[in-house]
Design a protein around this ligand. Structure first.
Ligand SMILES: [Zn+2]
Length: 597
C-alpha cells in the first residue's frame, strides 16, 4: 500500500493553530473519506477531537477539490486523481495530556487530535514531516518524540515515519525549548524532557526514575537486569503552577505536573509532592506492559471511532495503580512506612465512597465511557473508581495468591508471556482463569464477589496474615486523606457531606445526616441554630456535638431559602491507616518480607 503522507505545521503560534496535511496517492474512486478519532487510547471518553477542527480543505494537482462533512468526525473529498491532500486547521489549546496545545512557550500534540485516517488505509505506512515554526519566539525549540526518525536529526524538526496509523498516533510530539536528562534502564536509553518554568534536580530525577524503571523491567523479565520491551523510552513532562495528569503510550508517556512536584535542588528527602510525581511516572511506565502490550481483547486493535467496551479496566488501571506505588518501595525510593501510608490513602478513598456498595469494579470498567470521566454530584453514591477499587482488588488478589505460594508478580509475568509477547488480547475472563491456574484452586468466587460483585474486600484479614494491621477511624476533616493515625481530637459527629470554603455542599452522601435532613448538593449553608454558618461552627458541631443533637439549618437552594432540622449522626470510621504489626507471628513476618521486603 502506498504510504500516507502527513505534514504538520505550527502555523500560527499566537492563535494556537496547527495546519495539518494528509496526502493519499491513490484516493478511492468514488470519493475518499477521512476520519479523525473520537477518543484517544488510555482515556476512555468520547472526546470528538473533530470539534477543534476550524476548517478543512482539499486539493489535487494544485486544484481545489470539493470536500464535505458526512459525519461529526468524517469528511469526504469529491472523486479526483491523486495525489489528494486534505488540510485541516486545528485549534490547539488543551493543556492536558490528551489532545493538542500550542502557544509561544511550547507545542504538543497527540496524533489522534490532528492526523486524519484515510478510510481503508489504517494499515498503510505513514510518513510525517514536522515543520519548525517560523515565529522567532520558537527559535530554540527542539522536538521530543519516539516517532521513528526518517531523515530528521535527533531532537530535530523534519521527517519521521510510522508502520501504520495505529503507531503514528501512539507517539505524541513535544516541541519546545525543554530541559533534558537521560538514563539507562533495561538496556534502553530513557530520555526525560521537561517543558515549563521549573528548576529541579535533574540528576536525582534520572537516578530515581532509573531505579523504578529497572525494577519494572525485572518484574516482567523475572530476573535482575531484564530488558525493556522497547529500544528507547521518553518521559514528556510539562510543569505548570498547578496540574496533574498522565497518558501512556507504547514507548513514551506525557505527564502534566505542578512544578513543586519535581525534586528541588538541595532537598534530600522524598516530599509528598515528589512521591506523587514518581508514582505518576511509575504508573504510566507500568502501562508499557499492562495495557499497551498486554491488552484487553477489546483493544486489539483499537477502534477509535466508537467506544471499546471492556469489563477489565479494574485490572488494566487497578493493577497498574497497585504497582505504581509498590514499585517505589521495592526499588528503594521510599520506605515501608511511606508505602503503607499511600496504600492507606487508597483504601480510605474507597472506604469513603458509598457507591462501592452499588457499582462493581467490572461495571465501573464497562461504564467508564459515561461515568468515570463525567463525575457529578451523585458520583460517590452511585459508583466506585476502577483505579482505587481496582488497586485494592489487586492487593487482595496478590495477598490471596501469596497465601498459596504464588503472587501477582507471577500472574503479570504469565500475562506478559501469553498476551504481551504474542499480541493476543486478554479475553474478558482471562485474568480470573489464569489466577485460578496459578493458585491451584478455583478463584472464581473471589472474582464473583470482589470484581463482578460489591462485597467488601477482606483486606484486614489478608493484611494481618502478611504482618500488617489495618485500622479504621473517623476523618479529622477535609485535609485528612487517611494513611496515618489521626492527630488531635477525633470528631464525634459528621455532616455526611463535603462542602466548598463558601459552604456550598458538593456531595451529599447516602446514609448521612445532611441527606436525612433533605439537604442537597449545591445548597449553600447560611445559618446554624440562628447564627451565621462558618466552617469553624461546623467543626464545633463535629467536635462537641453528640449523635442525636438537633441543629436548625438555613440554606439557600438556588435563590430559595430552605429551613430544616439536621440530626447529628455519629462520625463514621471511614479513614484507613496501616502499620507493621509488631505482634505478627513469625510466619506472617516471613510473608511480609516476601511481599514488601
Ligand atoms: Zn493508568
Amino acid at each position: 500500500m502506498q504510504p500516507t503522507r502527513y505534514r504538520i505545521v505550527p502555523s500560527e503560534i499566537l492563535a494556537h493553530r496547527f495546519e495539518v496535511d494528509c496526502t493519499v496517492e491513490d484516493p478511492a474512486s468514488g470519493g475518499q473519506r477521512f476520519a479523525l478519532p473520537t477518543w484517544t487510547p488510555g482515556s476512555y471518553l468520547i472526546r470528538e477531537f473533530a470539534r477543534h477542527v476550524v476548517a478543512a480543505r482539499a486539493s489535487a494537482g494544485g486544484r481545489p477539490v470539493a470536500i464535505a462533512k458526512v459525519a461529526k468526525d468524517t469528511w469526504e473529498a469529491a472523486p479526483c486523481d491523486g495525489p489528494l491532500t486534505v488540510t485541516l486547521e486545528v485549534h490547539a489549546f488543551d493543556l492536558s495530556v490528551r489532545a493538542a496545545y500550542l502557544d509561544a512557550t511550547r507545542g504538543y500534540f497527540n496524533g489522534t487530535s490532528v492526523f486524519l485516517c484515510p478510510e481503508g488505509r489504517a494499515a498503510a505506512p505513514c510518513t510525517v514531516e514536522i515543520v519548525a515554526p517560523r515565529d522567532p519566539a520558537a527559535a530554540r525549540w527542539r522536538v521530543a518524540t519516539t516517532l521513528p526518525r526518517a531523515g530528521a536529526a535527533p531532537w530535530g524538526f523534519g521527517m519521521y515515519a510510522a508502520r501504520d496509523y495505529d503507531e503514528l498516533v501512539d507517539h505524541p510530539v513535544e516541541m519546545a525549548d525543554f530541559a533534558h536528562t537521560s538514563f539507562e534502564a533495561g538496556g534502553a536509553t530513557h530520555d526525560v524532557v521537561v517543558s515549563g518554568r521549573a528548576t529541579f534536580d535533574a540528576p536525582r530525577l534520572a537516578r530515581d526514575l532509573a531505579r523504578i524503571c529497572q525494577w519494572q523491567c525485572d518484574l516482567y523479565g523475572g530476573a535482575p537486569g531484564s530488558p525493556a520491551p522497547f529500544p528507547r523510552y521518553l518521559f514528556q513532562v510539562t510543569a505548570v503552577g498547578d496540574g496533574y495528569g498522565g497518558l501512556e503510550h507504547r514507548a513514551s508517556t506525557s505527564l502534566l505536573c505542578s512544578r513543586r512536584d519535581l525534586p528541588a535542588p538541595g532537598v534530600e528527602r522524598v516530599t509528598d509532592d515528589y512521591r506523587g510525581f514518581l508514582g505518576l511516572a511509575s504508573h504510566e511506565y507500568f502501562h508499557s506492559w499492562n495495557v499497551k502490550r498486554i491488552r484487553p481483547a477489546a483493544f486489539a486493535p483499537y477502534d477509535l471511532a466508537r467506544e471499546a467496551y471492556t469489563r477489565q479496566l479494574w485490572a488494566f488501571e487497578g493493577i497498574t495503580s497497585y504497582y505504581d506505588d509498590l514499585a517505589l518501595l521495592k526499588c528503594g525510593v521510599i520506605d515501608a512506612a511511606s508505602y503503607l501510608e499511600l496504600l492507606g490513602r487508597t483504601a480510605t478513598a474507597v472506604q469513603r465512597t458509598p457507591g462501592r456498595h452499588v457499582q462493581s469494579a467490572a461495571d465501573a470498567s464497562f461504564d467508564a465511557w459515561i461515568k468515570y470521566y463525567r463525575p457529578d454530584e451523585n458520583t460517590p453514591n452511585a459508583g466506585v473508581s476502577y483505579y482505587a477499587k481496582g488497586a485494592l482488588v489487586a492487593l487482595a488478589l496478590d495477598l490471596t495468591l501469596r497465601q498459596g505460594g504464588s503472587s501477582l508478580d507471577a500472574l503479570m509475568r504469565e500475562l506478559w508471556r501469553r498476551h504481551g509477547e504474542t499480541g493476543v488480547g486478554v479475553p474478558e475472563d482471562g485474568i480470573a482463569r489464569l489466577a485460578s491456574a496459578l493458585a491451584g484452586r478455583d478463584l472464581s468466587p473471589f472474582f464473583a464477589a470482589y470484581v463482578e460483585g460489591t462485597d467488601e474486600l477482606p483486606l484486614a484479614r489478608l493484611l494481618a496474615s502478611h504482618g500488617v494491621t489495618l485500622s479504621l477511624r473517623p476523618s479529622r476533616g477535609p485535609k485528612d486523606r487517611g494513611g496515618k493515625p489521626g492527630e488531635g481530637v477525633a470528631p464525634r459527629t459528621a455532616l455526611g457531606a463535603t462542602f466548598t470554603p463558601e459552604l456550598k455542599l458538593q456531595h451529599v452522601f447516602t446514609g448521612g445526616a445532611a441527606r436525612a435532613a433533605g439537604l442537597a448538593a449545591g445548597d449553600v449553608l447560611v445559618a446554624l441554630d440562628g447564627l451565621k454558618a462558618t466552617a469553624e461552627r461546623l467543626d464545633a458541631y463535629a467536635r462537641d456535638g453528640r449523635p442525636g443533637d438537633r441543629v436548625a439549618v438555613h440554606a439557600f437552594r438556588r435563590d430559595e431559602l430552605v429551613e430544616t432540622t439536621l440530626e447529628l449522626a455519629p462520625a463514621p470510621d471511614d479513614t484507613v491507616w496501616l502499620a507493621l504489626d509488631e505482634a505478627a507471628t513469625p510466619d506472617a513476618v516471613a510473608r511480609r518480607e516476601r511481599w514488601l521486603g
